[in-house]
Design a protein around this ligand. Structure first.
Ligand code: UDP
Ligand code: MG
Length: 324
């Protein structure tokens, strides 16, 4: 059988790599990925999604795409964020399975053979779970643990702690993620874990960044965490009811105590000021929470595109370019 005929039956793996200002490590990322991908029994396409990098990242990607037809590129008109880059990768991918990875080699390409092996066993969703994060400090590890604990307490959706944006899905799952989860304020990792299908987890050790700095500042992480909590749980909206019941009950206790002991309400300036401050704080907090939900509704309603593509290399736009 000719090699060409054999290739027709070969499955294809789409590897999506989000890139934002990664000029220092991009060539090494490509070399390492290609080194592993060439050894697989599957064919592959390596899709770099340039998320509006301000450095030379896209020039490097263009060079790579010129020299290697398997390298494909999608470049945004500006920075839309990692989540948008991943969804664009899913939109443009055409393989039998899609793997999302970071460009800094913190998601080791050496895991790819194991991923392919697991896909061949019939698994449709593979979540890669970090066992160790060499580059994360104590603060990042503690806040990450706290975030997963909180979201698992208040959301009816389960989140795998230490899951990352490193995952693999088969084509049918990718189609569901593309078509049914087009929220503007998004958390792809959450959808991947809750889309159903035949799912498994694989462990990996996150290495240190190959070059450059993390693009996630504490501020960005905080906004991301708050949005995720609000998008996956209505519990904060119910805080008002609990706070109301609680302060009502406290008032009732004070009333009964005053009636039975025939004493006046606790007197003193401080008590009143503290009570007023506490009640106002509670009200402002609840108004703030409602405001956040309204902001999300507003963003969804505006229906602006999740990303805008400026140019591509070696790749055609998806059949329906529904970047909204
Ligand atoms: N990234 C992106 N857009 C952004 C920020 C980051 O595409 O606005 C990419 C970045 O280039 C990297 C991946 O997302 O490939 C993860 O980012 P980073 O390594 O900075 O995050 P960390 O590993 O520190 O959580
Ligand atoms: Mg990283």
């Amino acid at each position: 059988m000719s090699e060409q005929k054999m290739n027709l039956t070969k499955k294809t793996l789409s590897v999506v790599v989000s890139v934002y200002n990664e000029e220092k490590g991009l060539r090494e990322c490509y070399r390492e990925m290609k080194g592993v991908l060439d050894t697989l029994s599957w064919d592959y396409e390596l899709i770099f999604v340039n998320d509006g990098s301000a450095d030379e990242s896209f020039s490097i990607i263009k060079e790579l795409a010129e020299a290697d037809r398997k390298v494909k590129a999608v470049s945004f008109s500006r920075n839309f964020g990692h989540e948008a880059a991943m969804i664009a990768g899913l939109d443009y991918s055409s393989g039998d399975a899609v793997v999302c990875m970071d460009a800094d080699l913190q998601h080791p390409p050496e895991c790819l053979p194991k991923i392919v092996e697991t896909l061949e066993k019939g698994y449709e969703v593979i979540s890669m779970v970090r066992t160790r994060n060499a580059s994360a400090g104590v603060l990042k590890n503690v806040t990450s643990a706290a975030f997963y604990w909180l979201i698992n307490c208040i959301s009816d959706v389960h989140f795998e702690p230490n899951a990352s944006d490193f995952f693999a899905v088969t084509r049918p799952v990718a189609e569901v993620l593309k078509k049914s989860y087009r929220e503007k304020v998004r958390f792809l990792r959450g959808y991947v874990q809750n889309v159903g299908f035949k799912k498994t987890t694989l462990e990996y050790e996150a290495g240190t960044r190959v070059a450059g700095e993390s693009k996630y500042s504490i501020k960005k992480l905080l906004i991301f965490s708050v949005n995720t909590i609000l998008c996956f749980s209505n519990m904060p909206l119910k805080l008002g009811i609990y706070a109301g019941v609680l302060s009502g009950a406290a008032g009732l206790i004070v009333l009964i105590y005053t009636l039975f002991t025939r004493q006046g309400a606790p007197s003193g300036y401080a008590t009143i000021v503290v009570l007023i401050c506490f009640m106002f704080a509670m009200m402002f907090l609840l108004i703030g929470i409602i405001g956040e939900y309204i902001a999300i509704l507003f963003t969804e309603l505006k229906d602006r595109p999740v990303y805008i593509v400026r140019e591509t290399r070696n790749i055609k736009p998806p059949e329906t370019d529904d970047s909204e």
